[in-house]
Every structure is written in C-alpha cells, then in structure tokens.
Design a protein around this ligand. Structure first.
Ligand code: PGA
Length: 233
C-alpha cells in the first residue's frame, strides 16, 4: 500500500522544518512518499518516507531557465515524481505530448513516474470519464516498452474531487479502478481527490486499490496519522 503526499505549493522554510519533525513521528509499514516543493527536496531527512518530486522538466539539462531535470532530481535521491497533475494540465497547459516526454526522462533516470489522470465534472456528467482516461493513458504510455509501462504508478484523480471535499461513490471509483486494471493489469493504481481521515473507512473498501495520493491531508500531520491508522485497521 502506497500513500503519496503532495504538498503542492505550500509551507515556507520554518513551517517545513516543523512539518518534517511532525512527519518523523509517523510509524507505519505503509509506503509513504513525500512530494514537497523542489526547494526542500535536499532538506528532507526522514527515515519513514521515500522522496518524490511534484514535477520534472521534459528537457534534458541545458539552457532551460527555471526547469529542474530528471537527472538533477536523481542526484537528490528522488525515487518518484508526479506527472500530469490536473493543476499543471490546467495552469501550465501541459499536454500529453509533454507528459509523455517527462515520463521518458524520469524512466531513463530510474525515477518512478506517478501519472495523474482523471475527468472533469463536465466529462463525468456526460459519461465520458472512461473515454478520457483511456485516451490520456494511451497517449502517454503507448511508446513505452511493456517493462517500462509496468513501472508507472497510475493515480486516478477525478478533477472535480480535488480539493473540493467531494468524492465519488465507492462504486464509481471501483468501476474506474477496474477499468484501468483491465487495460493495465500490471500497474499500481492510486486514488486521489479529497481523501481524508473521515472518508478513508469508505475508500478502503474499494477492491484492487494500491493506495492514495493526498494533497490537503498531507499538510495536516495529526489527521494524516489517523488516516494511516484507519487504513491499516
Ligand atoms: P486533495 O489533492 O487531496 O487536496 O484533494 C489531491 C491531489 O491534488 O493530488
């Protein structure tokens, strides 16, 4: 079971120091992956978490001001990296073409991509969610070898659920997880979107789920502890 913590663009330096001390107290055999802002990647010193990044450049090293390359992440012992998060697709206009290149760069540096996919509210209302997910997965993964493809962790994140406190029904999530697993049976699949310590009892009943990607919850260590405890029970 994996729980990936997406801090997004949060925490200043002092806050991050305190946050890290709080995270250090967590004792669990669940695989925790901390994805802080890039500026803290080299400051993480936790024995109970693996290190993840929130983004990577689609270019190799060179004259790309402001970018951070996969090989630079690797040199900081980053093991995982989010790609294709809906916030980047929306605010940075990231395309599947760029996301595909990012995935390739990460794999060439032995960093496991956590590929985020999910439908908008409008797509859900017009029953297009499976089509959208299938298309995004295909466009990003089709050029990879089967061995490369199987390394990708897929995070199903319905966009209308991210940060809203609204989650799909467990039946709706199960249906999508099943759909993804039928097409990509060897990949780990996570759920993301307003997962928290209150709805985890419900969410953990979903069969075949390999874990969760949490945003808001990642910033609340006490609630996170409750979430992890409930997940194990
Ligand atoms: P949320 O974010 O848990 O705050 O909904 C999840 C994500 O964006 O990865």
């Amino acid at each position: 079971m994996i729980v990936a913590l997406n801090n997004k663009c949060n925490l200043n330096k002092e806050e991050f120091t305190i946050y890290q001390q709080q995270l250090q107290e967590i004792k669990t055999d669940i695989d925790l992956i901390l994805c802080p802002s890039n500026i803290y990647l080299d400051k993480v010193n936790l024995t109970n978490m693996k290190l993840g990044a929130q983004n990577v450049s689609d270019k190799e090293c060179g004259a790309y001001t402001g970018e951070v390359s996969a090989s630079q992440l690797k040199s900081l012992d980053v093991l995982y990296c989010l790609v294709g998060h809906s916030e980047r697709r929306l605010y940075q206009q990231e395309t599947n073409e760029q996301i595909k290149d990012k995935v390739k760069r990460l794999l060439s540096c032995n960093i496991i991509p956590i590929l985020c996919i999910g439908e908008t509210e409008q797509e859900r209302n017009s029953h297009q969610e499976k089509q959208v997910i299938e298309k995004d997965l295909k466009e990003v993964l089709q050029e990879l070898t089967p061995v490369e493809q199987q390394k990708i962790v897929i995070a199903y994140e319905p966009i209308w659920s991210i940060g809203t406190g609204i989650i799909p029904t467990t039946e709706e999530i199960s249906e999508i997880i099943e759909f993804i697993k039928t097409k990509y049976p060897h990949n780990k699949v996570l759920y993301g979107g307003s997962a928290n310590e209150k709805n985890i009892d419900e969410l953990k009943s979903i069969p075949n789920l390999d874990g969760y990607l949490v945003g808001g919850l990642s910033l609340k260590p006490e609630q996170l502890k409750i979430f992890l405890k409930k997940l194990k029970n």
